[in-house]
Design a protein. Structure first.
Length: 404
């Protein structure tokens, strides 16, 4: 249905937020024949890459939606994760041999993941409105009544049996439901950049670097064609920065990238040749979990339900899994009035969210340890782990999210 008409609309599910979680939920509901309206405040999907890794468990839950072949065609398989400090390898973890049809991390920029999830949407059950901002909603008998601001199309009224907030850390749905967002902020700021560079390490490896100045992750990105050349020189860089001069300015410059690579990379004092800064940004990170992910006719998925450090690349993955696993119990509640599945889903996803926040918080604090004593203890601990195959395998299972 076109948002240009002002007739009220009734639907089964109103999904707020067309990021990876919202798109995955819409696709999963459409597969089950559930009618939905998906709205997003942006006129089109954002073209920045943001999250860039899809883990094994996420690929498994996406299999029934028919999108995995397209993701594999667009992405780059990376079977190795390595923790380094300068030239020294502290810990090497391999995803090869994990009990999954996808024994690797798939590097795939978020904008590409979103495009794949959105491709081929069925039109029989679903309506997509962009730009459309949730103004307000309230519970009414049998569901919720929501008001949307559809820009030039004006205000629209939607009656839905359920509303699902997939609208990020500043979720209007969560706020409208009065659900607390419990946690705090990290002191560190993160810089993110996608670059083209001559990187000395294998493209099969995602590298986490420790240094006194902070952590840095370097991960290969899938190529594509630029001027007829294969883009096998594309990389994602994520690093903590404590420079107060960067705080008011969201831009990350080429000089900043050179400094990070030269100070924290595999050849201390020498930065690899960076040919081009494709995109850069800086951001503050929180560690928070919604007090509940189900309240009345309101459900929460993704960053609306949990936010945390980017360490381990868990955020987008956990959100997609929230959404896909929600579809079946929500279908049962709509069809039979049986909310037992929703109760089980909400309890399970709440526990997982808290586990993810704890894990990423521990990784972040380990990586940002700065005192000489803490760094020495960290090196000794990782050296011990590196010599214990069963511990390395457990870490691989945790990073791949296969321990859930």
């Amino acid at each position: 249905m076109d948002a240009a008409t002002n007739e009220p609309i009734s639907t089964d599910v109103l999904i707020v937020g067309a990021g990876p979680a919202g798109l995955a939920l819409r696709r999963a509901l459409d597969r089950l024949g559930v009618a939905s309206v998906l709205v997003d405040r942006h006129a089109a999907g954002l073209n920045t890459s943001r999250a860039a890794v899809i883990h094994a468990r996420t690929l498994e839950v996406l299999e029934p939606l028919g999108v995995v072949p397209a993701l594999l065609a667009e992405g780059l398989k990376t079977p190795d994760f390595c923790v380094r400090e300068g030239r020294d390898v502290l810990l090497r973890i391999s995803f090869a041999g994990l009990p999954s049809p996808h024994p690797y991390a798939l590097m795939c920029p978020q904008n590409v993941t979103e495009a794949v999830l959105a491709a081929g949407f069925g039109t029989r059950n679903a309506t997509v409105w962009r730009p459309a901002r949730l103004v307000s909603f309230k519970e009414v008998p049998g569901g919720i009544a929501a008001e949307l601001d559809c820009a030039e199309a004006g205000l629209r009224q939607v009656h839905a049996r359920w509303i699902v907030g997939c609208d990020g850390a500043r979720s209007d749905v969560r706020a409208g439901a009065g659900i607390a967002f419990e946690g705090g902020d990290y002191a560190e700021r993160f810089a993110l950049a996608d670059v083209r560079m001559d990187w000395p390490l294998p493209r099969s490896e995602v590298s986490l670097f420790f240094s006194p100045e902070g952590l840095m992750v370097v991960a290969p990105l899938p190529g594509g064609h630029r001027g007829g050349e294969e883009g096998a020189d594309r990389y994602r860089i994520v690093a903590t920065v404590n420079d107060p001069d960067l705080d008011p300015d969201p831009d990350v410059t080429l000089a900043r990238v050179h400094a990070l690579l030269g100070g924290r990379g595999p050849r201390p004092g020498t930065a690899p040749a960076v040919k081009e800064l494709l995109w850069g940004s800086s951001f503050q990170v929180q560690h928070r979990v919604a007090a509940q992910v189900w309240k009345g006719r309101v459900l929460l998925c993704g960053d609306a339900a949990h936010v945390h450090s980017p360490a381990g690349g868990q955020g987008m993955n956990t959100g997609i899994q929230d959404a896909v696993e929600l579809a079946a119990p929500l279908h049962r509640a709509l069809r039979d009035g049986d909310t037992g599945g929703l109760a089980a889903w909400s309890a399970r996803r709440h526990v997982i969210a808290r586990e993810v926040v704890r894990t990423t918080d521990a990784l972040t604090r380990l990586a940002t340890a700065s005192s000489p004593l803490a760094r020495t203890a960290r090196g000794a601990l990782l050296g011990l782990v590196d010599h214990l195959p069963f511990v390395r395998r457990r870490l691989a299972m945790r990073l791949a999210e296969l321990d859930r």
